[in-house]
Design a binder for this molecule. Structure first.
Ligand code: DX5
Ligand code: ZN
Length: 224
C-alpha cells in the first residue's frame, strides 16, 4: 500500500510570517499544503481568499489542497484554480447540484474532492464516489483549528473505504480536524490516505519533527 500523505493546514500557520512558514514546511516530509477557505456563512469563521492562496503558491513546492467551506462554492472554483489550487474540495452540504460542481472542478484541470461534515453519512457518496479524486471526512465541526477529534469518524472511514474498494475507484480518504500522533495510527488503520494536521504541526515545538513523526508512524526514533 502506498504511504499515507501529510497535509499541514495553513490555518494554523503564523499569518504574519506566512512565507517563512510555507518555506519551512517545504523542507519537511509533508506532501500537500491544506488550505481552508471560510466565508463566515457556511462556517462561523472567515479565513482568507484567493489572493492569499496565490501568495502561498509563490513560495510552495507542494501541491495546494484547497478546502472550500463556503456557500455556493461553484461561484469561485475557476478563481481558486487560477490562484494555484491543485485539489479543490467542496462541501456536500453546500452543493445541491454536486455532480455538476464536481464536473466544473475537473474542467479546470484540478483534482476534485467532496468534504462531509461529522453528521453527514458517507452513504450519500454512493452515487458520486466514482467521480471523486478525494473525500474529506471532517473529524471536527468545520470552522476552527485546534478542536478535538470526533472518534465516530473511524467508523465512517471504514465504511467509506469499503465503498471505495467495492466500487473500485482510486479515491483518497482525507481526514481533517484534531489529527495528531495520539490518533494518527488508528485513523490510518481504519483506511485513511491523507492526514490534515494544523495545530499538531504548526503548534509543535519542532514542526519538522512533527511532520516526520506523522509520516513515519511506527518507526522508533525521535518520537518513540
Ligand atoms: C477545520 C479545518 C481544518 C483545520 C484543522 O475547519 O477544516 O483543516 O485547520 O486544524 P487542526 O489540525 O488544528 O484540527
Ligand atoms: Zn480543512
Amino acid at each position: 500500500m502506498a504511504k499515507h500523505l501529510i497535509a499541514p493546514s495553513v490555518l494554523a500557520a503564523d499569518f504574519g510570517n506566512l512565507q517563512r512558514d510555507v518555506e519551512m514546511i517545504n523542507g519537511t516530509e509533508a506532501d500537500w499544503f491544506h488550505i481552508d477557505i471560510m466565508d463566515g456563512m457556511f462556517v462561523p469563521n472567515i479565513s482568507f481568499g484567493p489572493e492569499i492562496v496565490s501568495v502561498i503558491k509563490k513560495s510552495s513546492k507542494l501541491p495546494l489542497d484547497v478546502h472550500l467551506m463556503i456557500e455556493k462554492p461553484e461561484r469561485y472554483i475557476e478563481q481558486y484554480r487560477k490562484s494555484g489550487a491543485d485539489n479543490i474540495s467542496v462541501h456536500i452540504e453546500a452543493c445541491p447540484h454536486l455532480h455538476r460542481t464536481i464536473q466544473q472542478i475537473k474542467a479546470t484541470g484540478a483534482k476534485a474532492g467532496v468534504a462531509i461534515n461529522p453528521h453527514t453519512s458517507v452513504d450519500l457518496l454512493q452515487d458520486i464516489i466514482g467521480d471523486l479524486d478525494l473525500v474529506i471526512l471532517m473529524s471536527v465541526n468545520p470552522g476552527f483549528g485546534g478542536q478535538k477529534f470526533i472518534y465516530q469518524t473511524l467508523k465512517k472511514i471504514e465504511k467509506l473505504k469499503e465503498m471505495i474498494i467495492v466500487e473500485n475507484t482510486a479515491t483518497l480518504i482525507e481526514i481533517d480536524g484534531g489529527v495528531g500522533l495520539q490518533n494518527a495510527e488508528s485513523i490510518l488503520n481504519a483506511g485513511a490516505d491523507v492526514l490534515v494536521a494544523g495545530n499538531s504541526v504548526f503548534g509543535a515545538e519542532n514542526p519538522t519533527l512533527a511532520v516526520y513523526a506523522l509520516k513515519n508512524l511506527g518507526i522508533k526514533g525521535l518520537y518513540a
